[in-house]
Design a protein around this ligand. Structure first.
Ligand SMILES: Nc1ncnc2c1ncn2[C@@H]1O[C@H](COP(=O)(O)OP(=O)(O)OP(=O)(O)O)[C@@H](O)[C@H]1O
Ligand SMILES: [Mg+2]
Length: 435
């Protein structure tokens, strides 16, 4: 059984889209596949039309039972999506998993222990992780044989990448098992020069640590999710489906495991099969297992080189100076002749502080920080020209501030400010200093 964690602390980079459609295409290729959602947002269930009101128990209940060493019917929470394809849905209770397991030893192994009980049942387990590095993601890493890091082919996703890989490295130093980590280029838009340049650089730097398959930007993927269907059901002829089939096949080609029998057929809740204490079965390891720490370290330095290369060579990509991690961004005065179009991020602007960010598909963008008691509704950004460039001016006294962007209700790090620090929830706050 291969257990694939789809990890990136950056929100909205395509983790759930990859998880759902990779799992579905693996199943289509005859592999028994379990999709496990450990993101409290529960997007896998939404994207597969599993009704929230009928999911009485979720992966949260299973994990808590394992932590408390209570018997639990894992099958009870599983939903059959199609042939070979089951889902263990998440629920909002997962947000409290950290507090609820406080004091439980081995709480980072709850998912691994749970999955071992199913080791003979599936060929693949795909885990959709939350956009944060915390106990839940750590559980996924402890259970994983493989990690997929989806990376949008945009400049600023690369900026986050080296930090992301460093963080993964820190976490994985605490994991004893070997994991194969691969970067997956996602949301690739071949029509943009930047997209093409970034993809070429990614391939150059990550070479054998990157999937040959690239997931293109394809609106059919978005439509499929909004209708609760995997892409293969919604539009089998689409480019999105071809990409995910190719990804599944690329993955399977590295798999030595014998294909096992298909299971059930209709989309219905599965029969309850009680499970006992953790099975002694040990998950099979595929033949390409590599040492995680070494691979992440080399990927992380590759990401930094990659950025340096792009900074030095490309004039079509905005240059943002690298800053030391954990340091606040000391605001620069915005020169009078500097066009606003020339930067995204945060700058001193006359007596005020100007935030500019780009979210072309967002309906609302707000900022929450220690300057407004973390109340996003008090500092709403404006998409004045309708192009998706969101702007907000604040009058901040000199000092150091922490903040996060709230994009369509989802809290995330400022993608244009590399200066950040981990908050108590395992997520990153952006930091800036007004002089
Ligand atoms: N290849 C793609 N082509 C077009 N749209 C995509 C693609 N991948 C993802 N999207 C869209 O981008 C948005 C974010 O994707 P998704 O929810 O998969 O990201 P995520 O990393 O899981 O987000 P979060 O961090 O909040 O969990 C969704 O609206 C999704 O439909
Ligand atoms: Mg998601």
């Amino acid at each position: 059984m291969r257990t694939i964690a789809v990890v990136n602390q950056k929100g909205g980079c395509g983790k759930t889209t990859v998880s759902i459609n990779l799992a579905s295409c693996l199943a289509q290729e005859g592999k028994k596949t379990l999709l496990v959602d450990i993101d409290p947002q529960g997007h896998c269930a939404v994207g597969l039309a599993v009704p929230e009101e009928q999911t009485e128990q979720s992966i949260y209940d299973a994990l808590i039972s394992v932590g408390r060493k209570e018997l639990f019917n894992f099958s009870e929470i599983l939903w059959e999506i199609s042939d070979n394809f089951e889902l263990a849905p998440a629920s909002i209770d997962l947000a409290a998993f950290d507090q609820q397991t406080n004091g439980i030893t081995d709480r980072e192994n709850c998912l691994g222990t749970l999955l071992k009980t199913s080791a003979g049942k599936y060929d693949y387990v795909v885990i959709d992780c939350p956009p944060a590095v915390g106990l839940l993601t750590f559980n996924a890493l402890r259970a994983a044989t493989d990690v997929i890091v989806p990376v949008e082919t945009g400049y600023f996703s690369l900026h986050g990448l080296s930090k992301q890989l460093e963080t993964l490295n820190i976490l994985c130093k605490q994991c004893s098992q070997d994991i194969n980590v691969m970067v997956l280029a996602s949301m690739y838009d071949i029509r943009t020069k930047m997209g093409r340049e970034i993809l070429a650089e990614l391939k150059k730097h990550f070479s054998d640590k990157m999937f040959k398959t690239v997931v293109n930007f394809n609106t059919k993927l978005k439509e499929a999710a909004s209708l609760g269907q995997p892409i293969g059901e919604y539009d089998p002829a689409s480019k999105g489906h071809k990409d995910f089939l190719a990804l599944a096949q690329e993955l399977i080609a590295t798999d030595t495991q014998v294909e096992s029998e298909a299971i059930s057929v209709a989309r219905k809740k599965l029969a309850i099969t009680p499970i006992g204490p953790a099975s002694e079965q040990i998950a099979d390891r595929h033949d390409q297992i590599k040492d995680l720490n070494k691979s992440i370290e080399s990927m992380s330095s590759s990401a930094q080189e990659l950025l340096a290369g792009i900074n030095a060579t490309s004039d079509s990509i905005e240059i943002v100076p690298e800053a030391q991690p954990e340091q606040p961004l000391v605001l620069q005065e915005l020169a009078l002749d500097e066009k606003l179009n020339d930067f995204y991020g945060v700058r001193q602007f006359g007596p005020g502080t100007r935030f500019i960010t780009l979210y072309p598909r967002a309906n609302s963008v707000q900022i929450a920080g220690d300057f407004n008691n973390w109340q996003p509704e008090k500092t709403v950004m404006t998409n004045a020209d309708g192009t998706g460039k969101w702007i907000l001016d604040l009058d901040l006294a000199p000092g150091k501030y922490r903040y996060r962007m709230v994009v369509d209700g989802q809290w995330q790090q400022d993608p244009y400010n590399e200066n950040s620090e981990m908050n108590p929830y395992g997520e990153y706050n952006s930091i800036l200093e007004v002089k």
